[in-house]
Design a binder for this molecule. Structure first.
Ligand code: 4AD
Ligand code: MG
Length: 480
């Protein structure tokens, strides 16, 4: 058996000393031909491995370079140096994988996030990305824990689909037809998908919601957690072309039930990360503080990262209607002084991220749930309110991010739903299976989608969504 090693995190957090053990990991630095800072990804803290003078031959010493992978065997002793409780005095060091110091792009110094994005295959080996992706893991785990405790069924919805769940048409096509112009055509010149792999036109899914609703009409409560795809040409720090979404769907629920569970859920997963990833969050908090030093005073955040997370966990989200939000925005000095790029004049307009962030960061200074949007700027499946103008939608807006959750109570009344679909030119024949839920045992139900990367962005305090998913996909970029 090869893998009889101790994890560095366990060694560093235990008080036990004076025993033999084996560690394996990657060399962060090697000082004075004697002190190796070794990291195995279990924590950002390195184990100091001390090579006893004269115990290793010259060639092995030369091969202990930044980035190299090694196995060290020796004794754990109380550390003489500052900053660590224990260290390992190595009797033997074996090089598992060499790393040419001249060519290894990660030097023991600070690299820019932009540079690290170009070497995303190696950036896991930095402190920042080590912390980010351990926190991402914890959040993902907490998602499952939260819903499992509440007896939700985890539903795997399809990734290839023929429907456009959001009706927004921002989809990636999936086809095996030739792209050289020889694909079969209809009389009107359009592509004839009858000969395509699935015998019809298909896309990568933008959301698992519609399928989720089908299952909620049997299990009561379900959630999805999977990749979703949007071909929107949004080159921003908040958008990805491939992102992960969590979509719970609850039978016997209205808009208020929906808001309650969404708020409880967000607080639960943040709390989980705070309880289980303290060290990483403290590291990220410090990173943010450093980064903010280069910003002008008025752009710095009022709270530190951990303080912000605690605040969110311990305070109620603000709940207001779209109409109230429009009034606040219209009357704001920001609007009057024309500081918004898109000025707020009339009811009915879609909110831009500058408006969302004004409400959350300047006005309420806490997460805000906006409800009852105009029906014309929301999807066809949202439940129509009695005023004939609005739908039972809810978006949750988070400080520094903007929209983090989108959801609604669903239109369960068949006649209202088909009427809305017709108005919006959504083909009812293609969604006949969806309409069946309204024909056979419909009930009030609701659900929402949380953008997982936006959540990770919020919890880690990072500024760009491309830094919280291992291999980001965005316009003109699909490396690795
Ligand atoms: O608001 P959206 O489009 O809602 C839906 O897809 C619904 N079907 C959800 C539901 O009710 N089950 O997307 C939900 C969330 C957004 O609030 C945002 O956090 C995230 O998904 N999101 C994106 N995240 C990263 N990159 C993008 N391009 C995103 N588009 C949406
Ligand atoms: Mg939305």
């Amino acid at each position: 058996m090869f893998n009889n090693r101790s994890r560095i995190k366990e060694l560093l957090t235990s008080d036990k000393t004076n025993y033999q053990t084996t560690v394996m990991g990657w060399v962060r630095t090697f000082r004075n031909n004697q002190f190796i800072a070794l990291n195995d990804g279990s924590t950002n803290n390195n184990l100091q491995v001390v090579v006893a003078l004269g115990s290793l031959d010259e060639t092995t010493i030369k091969r202990i370079t930044t980035g190299a992978c090694i196995k060290a065997v020796g004794e754990i002793i109380p550390s003489l140096g500052k900053g660590q409780k224990v260290e390992l005095i190595a009797n033997s060091v074996e090089i598992l994988g060499d790393s040419d110091a001249e060519k290894f792009p990660l030097q023991p110094k600070k690299h820019s996030l932009e540079f690290l994005r170009e070497i995303a295959h190696l950036r896991f080996r930095t402190n920042t990305f080590g912390a980010i992706f351990r926190v991402r893991h914890a959040l993902a785990f907490a998602v499952h824990e939260f819903f499992n405790k509440k007896n939700f069924v985890y539903l795997h919805t399809p990734i290839i689909t023929a429907s456009d769940a959001e009706g927004a048409g921002e989809m990636f096509k999936v086809t095996t037809l030739p792209l050289d112009g020889t694909a079969p055509k209809n009389e009107d010149g359009s592509i004839n998908f009858k000969d395509d792999f699935f015998g019809r036109s298909t896309n990568l899914t933008v959301s698992g919601q519609l399928e989720g609703e089908l299952a909620a009409m049997a299990f009561s409560d379900i959630y999805t957690f999977g990749p979703t795809f949007r071909a929107e040409n949004s080159n921003t720090a908040r958008h990805l072309a491939e992102f992960w979404m969590i979509e719970p769907e609850m039978a016997f629920s209205d808009l208020e039930d929906n808001m309650n569970i969404a708020e409880e859920f967000i607080k639960y997963i943040i709390k989980y990360a705070m309880d289980n990833n303290r060290e990483d969050l403290e590291f990220l908090s410090q990173r943010l503080e450093e980064e903010e030093k280069s910003k002008p005073q008025n752009e710095r955040s009022e709270m530190g990262l951990i303080e912000k997370l605690e605040f969110v966990v311990n305070n109620d989200f603000e709940r207001i209607t779209y109409t109230e939000a429009i009034d606040i925005l219209r009357e704001s000095n920001h609007n009057k002084k024309k500081k918004f790029q898109y000025l707020i004049n009339e009811w009915g307009i879609d909110l831009q991220s500058e408006h969302e962030r004004y409400l959350v960061e300047k006005h309420f200074k806490k997460p805000v749930i906006l409800t009852n949007y105009p029906k014309d700027i929301k999807a066809f499946y949202m439940r129509q309110n009695d005023d004939g103008k609005t739908v039972a939608a809810m978006d949750i807006l988070a400080p520094g991010i903007g929209e983090i959750v989108g959801g609604s109570q669903r239109e369960e009344r068949l006649d209202k739903l088909t009427q809305r679909m017709n108005e919006m030119h959504i083909p009812t024949e293609e969604l006949d299976w969806y309409l069946d839920t309204r024909r056979f045992g419909a009930c009030p139900h609701a659900g929402f989608g949380l953008g997982f990367e936006r959540m990770v962005l919020f919890v880690t305090g990072m500024g760009n969504i491309r830094d919280v998913i291992p291999f980001p996909r965005y316009p003109k970029s699909a490396s690795f």
